[in-house]
Design a protein around this ligand. Structure first.
Ligand SMILES: NC(=O)C1=CN([C@@H]2O[C@H](COP(=O)(O)OP(=O)(O)OC[C@H]3O[C@@H](n4cnc5c(N)ncnc54)[C@H](O)[C@@H]3O)[C@@H](O)[C@H]2O)C=CC1
Ligand SMILES: O=C([O-])CC(=O)C(=O)O
Length: 330
């Protein structure tokens, strides 16, 4: 008889928020780590929302998920991250009326520096984090810089939602099923400056660029994907929630279980200098994953057009880093 897998401790921050509500039930069902892997769920919230998170725990209990090996709510990051193997850092301060970008960076800096320290002091040796809360790339940078004992490479930010949006737009345009599409890439920041790239993408094994023209790519595809968050807010009346949760699950599932042969995913990871992105900036790249590790895909041709788009988004990341440096947060 196979030995049952040991439970994995998963900490979700912002657990009472809309993404948290869409995320927790799927993690509990096995969608993220697999149908054989028990999970201990640790929900972190601010004190004012801890009771709402307790309500979600009551519902999680009522699902009687066989894989759930523990359910706890915390308002103290040190307790929430104690022993954590996986962190989904969703909770963040949204931009309020009259708030400047610097105010937003400062407010989130307060959150992610404290959580980084808690991870440093208490998380398990194999800890991996995906930051979802915006500005996600820079929040990941802040968390990593407060966790000197944890390899910075374990702090990633989510661009899988942008990746999935790009796949869906390409499928809709070409009439191909999403399952026929490979090697779409997102570069740079999770913001409107990102570069959704189909230069290397294939549809049914052939080049995607044979099926669409450059004017559609530059004039419709890139702005549609890059501004999809704003489109959802305007049509739905609230920001992406279930699609963001789905992407967070995919990000972590792929990191843990690996990308399929002949494909890659997009993840914002601390740059090692690849493609001229300054070392340390948490920037999105195409990556392959296997056995809990990831590697930035090397050797891709970068056109003049792509270079300009990547450089512009990376410049925005550098300015965010400089702003948080100015605030003493990294
Ligand atoms: N990277 C991406 O692709 C996407 C990122 N987002 C971002 O995800 C974040 C969460 O979105 P929603 O769930 O819709 O927001 P929400 O406002 O519904 O929930 C956020 C939750 O975080 C909690 N929170 C705030 N500070 C916290 C702290 N210090 N510790 C623990 N919890 C804390 C709040 O109490 C709230 O319950 C936002 O920053 C949003 O902009 C949203 C969609 C896509
Ligand atoms: O745009 C927003 O505020 C939410 C977000 O990050 C997205 O949907 O990509």
């Amino acid at each position: 008889m196979d030995t049952p897998a040991a439970p994995v401790t998963v900490t979700v921050t912002g657990a009472a928020g809309q993404i948290g509500y869409a995320l927790l039930f799927r993690i509990a069902s096995g969608a993220m780590l697999g149908p054989e892997v028990p999970v201990r769920l640790r929900l972190l919230e601010v004190p004012a929302a801890a009771r709402a998170a307790e309500g979600t725990v009551l519902e999680l209990m009522d699902c009687a998920f066989p894989l759930v090996a523990g359910l706890d709510v915390f308002d103290d990051p040190a307790k929430a991250f104690d022993g954590a193997n996986v962190g989904l850092l969703v909770g963040a301060r949204p931009r309020g009326p009259g708030m400047e970008r610097a105010d937003l960076l400062a407010a989130n800096g307060g959150i992610f520096s404290v959580q980084g320290r808690a991870i440093n002091d208490g998380a398990a040796g194999d800890f991996k984090a995906v930051v979802v809360g915006n500005p996600a790339n820079t929040n990941a940078l802040i968390a990593a810089s407060h966790a000197p004992d944890v390899p910075a490479s374990r702090f990633t930010a989510m661009t899988r939602l942008d990746h999935d949006r790009a796949v869906a737009q390409l499928a809709a345009k070409t009439g191909a099923p999403v399952s026929a599409i490979r090697k779409v890439a997102i570069w740079g920041n999770h913001s409107a400056s990102q570069y959704p790239d189909i230069t290397h993408a294939t549809v049914d094994g052939g080049p995607a660029t044979d099926l669409v023209d450059q004017s559609w790519i530059a004039g419709e595809f890139i702005p549609r994907v890059a501004k999809r968050g704003a489109e959802i807010i305007s049509v739905r009346g609230g920001s992406s929630a279930a699609s963001a949760a789905n992407a967070a699950i995919a990000h972590m599932r792929l990191w843990v279980h690996g990308t399929r042969a002949g494909d890659w995913t997009s993840m914002a990871v601390p740059s090692d200098g690849s493609y001229g992105v300054p070392e340390g900036l948490v920037s999105s790249f195409p990556v392959t994953t296997a056995a809990g590790d990831y590697n930035i895909v090397q050797g891709l041709d970068i056109s003049v057009f792509a270079r300009g788009r990547i450089d512009a988004s990376v410049a925005e990341l550098a300015s965010e880093r400089d702003a948080v440096k100015g605030l003493g947060l990294v």
